[in-house]
Design a protein around this ligand. Structure first.
Ligand SMILES: [Zn+2]
Length: 218
């Protein structure tokens, strides 16, 4: 039996109880978890399991493995109290959905060839993604992209996520669905507002676009 991916059932749960399935050194597997494992362009969650810091979360096959800062004091079969760093995770959720809005706004402004060159990475500070660019990036047009993203945020679109077989989808009304296994808020308005900027140039024919949240509190 794999680990139940509870973060998909409710991305807003940050405190939960779980049963310990296995322990190997500092690595712990639970029967189900709300800790998001690194992947799909989203950084892993941090927090505590039975008061011990979680310093890494990864997926191996159908198991989710939490790496603790020190060897656990609990045993296999016991029930543990788990707590996510919610402020951090909520910022990640907002920035991840903002990265999806950016994708549509970039396509509208720069055309379909302007696609992400790699999955990018969203953490609690910023979202960064490399887009293919044949020409020089016009910063005034990037400003228009920022305005469009903020317009979509203010419009308050419901964000829907669902599973179909092995795949997970993300959608807001104006656009077609996209594949995404990340965690997201329920409505674009929760993002609040963002700044879109140009990052360090990643190489020829590409531009790094970065998103930060306007307010860092929740
Ligand atoms: Zn995504």
């Amino acid at each position: 039996m794999g680990t139940l991916r509870l973060y998909w059932l409710d991305p807003y749960t940050y405190r939960f109880k779980a049963r310990v399935e296995s322990i190997s050194g500092r690595d712990v597997v639970l029967d189900g978890t709300y800790f998001y494992p690194q992947g799909g362009g989203q950084i892993y969650d941090t927090g505590t399991i039975s008061g011990i810091r979680v310093v890494g979360v990864r997926r191996e096959g159908d198991l989710i493995i939490h790496t603790l800062e020190s060897e656990p004091t609990f045993t296999v079969g016991s029930e543990v109290e788990c707590l996510l760093d919610w402020d951090r995770r909520y910022r990640i959720m907002k920035l991840h959905s903002a990265a999806h809005l950016l994708y549509y706004a970039m396509q509208e402004e720069f055309g379909e060839e302007c696609r992400p060159a790699s999955p990018g990475l969203t953490d609690d500070k910023k979202s960064r993604e490399d887009y293919l660019f044949k020409e020089k990036l016009d910063l005034q047009r990037l400003q228009k992209v920022e305005e469009r993203v903020n317009e979509l945020i203010r419009a308050g679109f419901e964000i829907r996520t669902w599973s179909e077989g092995e795949k997970r989808y993300w959608k807001i009304d104006p656009y077609p669905a996209m594949c995404c296994g990340g965690t997201h808020p329920k409505n674009t308005s929760e993002i609040g507002g963002v700044k879109v900027g140009r990052g360090k140039k990643p190489g020829a024919g590409k531009e790094r676009i970065e998103i930060t949240l306007l307010q860092h509190s929740t």
